[in-house]
Design a protein around this ligand. Structure first.
Ligand SMILES: NC(=O)c1ccc[n+]([C@@H]2O[C@H](COP(=O)([O-])OP(=O)(O)OC[C@H]3O[C@@H](n4cnc5c(N)ncnc54)[C@H](O)[C@@H]3O)[C@@H](O)[C@H]2O)c1
Ligand SMILES: [Fe+2]
Length: 360
């Protein structure tokens, strides 16, 4: 038996940013974004077309942490009336912050308790309209239920856990990713690749998510190398933006697995960008995945061809050509740290979703 539910209306393609005024439809709106000039320019462009925002919260940093989210809640609490629409404009960090702020209704204590208890008081969270406008092509947060909030001070990483954190609209305009530098283009696309493959090698995979995930992975495999050498190519940007969205749709049903579990200490302790942290190990994990589950093997064959061992080699070359080191120690931890994390991951709920066999 399987299930599939995703309530996000997605609008995609070059120029879709210009559909925002129609989606805002005269309602009061907040914009949540980074404090960088490129994003201030996009906010100006939006305000000229849709009227002035009720509030612009532009303190988002990569991997949103408690202090920034608390600040955003306080700004919302100062308003006489909360905005009706929340626009997350940026990568996963901006979209996830927008989701957290929208559901908080400006109540930091409520949100913090929800995060730290892994779900308490979810029924008190709010459900205003969220519009996710990704400017990276990777996280799939625009179509996923989750929002990741980090607590570096306490080595914590939490999720907003309520269906109201689904965006109402995803506006996926690949033109917005044209300014993304090469390293972030690669790392965010590898995040999409990891969402696709994690959706294939998890116990939660099914015959509906599998082809979606396989299509996303094939597209990244085919088009990312060319894009990394031709960053201004809108056709290639479009392919990768759509692949990231597809991978996010698969992920919204399956959730992540072992590659993500292993990525968190790398990001937390060694500052490795999310996409590299959950992407560099994929060829290694693919090797562990092969031969343990028929549907998983078929999904991998749909991406890499029937000869899966040759597929692993091809995948290794893909990483090497992109300049992404495949050895964990190249990213900061000692081999002993990595082995310890792996052993712990296999005892964890997320790690246990992995269909393959880890050699520990
Ligand atoms: N909610 C989900 O389903 C989900 C899934 C995966 C990851 N995440 C989370 O998403 C976050 C990572 O998001 P991300 O990888 O998209 O990156 P990000 O949002 O953290 O942004 C990284 C950097 O890219 C820059 N940037 C973004 N768009 C740009 C553009 N068009 N031009 C130039 N610079 C640009 C930003 O200024 C920032 O410095 C992490 O917190 C991760 O845990 C969430
Ligand atoms: Fe991810």
């Amino acid at each position: 038996m399987g299930e599939f539910y995703n309530p996000v209306k997605a609008i995609f393609g070059a120029g879709s940013f210009d559909r925002l005024p129609e989606l805002i439809a005269g309602r009061s709106y907040a914009v949540v974004t980074y404090g960088e000039p490129y994003f201030a320019g996009l906010v100006d462009r939006l305000e000229q077309a849709a009227g002035k925002a009720a509030i612009v919260i532009d303190n988002v940093l990569a991997n949103p942490d408690f202090p920034e989210v608390k600040f955003g809640c306080e700004k919302l609490a100062e308003l006489d009336v909360l905005p009706e629409v929340y626009i997350g404009l940026g990568g996963g960090s901006a979209i996830d912050t927008a989701k957290a702020l929208a559901t908080s209704g400006g109540d930091w204590e409520l949100l913090k308790e929800h995060l730290e208890t892994e779900g308490d008081r979810a029924d008190e969270l709010q459900g205003p309209c969220i519009i996710a406008v990704p400017t990276t092509a990777g996280t799939g947060s625009e179509v996923s239920i989750g929002a990741v909030i980090w607590d570096h001070a306490n080595n914590g990483k939490w999720g907003v856990r309520t269906p109201s954190a689904y965006a109402e609209y995803a506006v996926v305009d690949p033109e917005l990713t044209l300014s993304l530098p090469r390293d972030q283009t690669i790392s965010t696309a590898l995040d999409a690749m990891s969402h696709a493959l994690e959706s294939i090698w998890t116990v939660k995979r099914n015959l509906v998510t599998q082809p979606i995930a396989a299509q996303a992975a094939r597209e990244v495999l085919k088009y990312l190398p060319a894009l990394s050498d031709d960053l201004g190519n809108i056709e290639l940007r479009t392919r990768i933006a759509n692949a990231a969205m597809l991978a996010g749709i698969a992920l919204s049903q399956t959730r992540t697995s072992i590659a993500h579990k292993m990525s968190y200490p790398l990001t937390m302790h060694h500052g490795v960008p999310h996409g590299i942290a959950c992407g560099f190990s994929l060829p290694m994990i693919m090797e562990w995945a092969i031969g343990h589950d028929e549907i998983c093997d078929q999904g991998l064959a749909d991406v890499f061809g029937e000869d899966l061992s040759a597929g692993v080699k091809r995948f290794e070359s893909f990483m090497d050509d992109l300049g992404v080191a495949r050895d964990p120690t190249a990213h900061g931890p000692s081999q002993a740290d990595w082995d310890g994390w792996l052993a712990a991951a296999m005892q964890d709920e997320k790690g246990k979703t992995f269909l393959g066999k880890v050699p520990v």
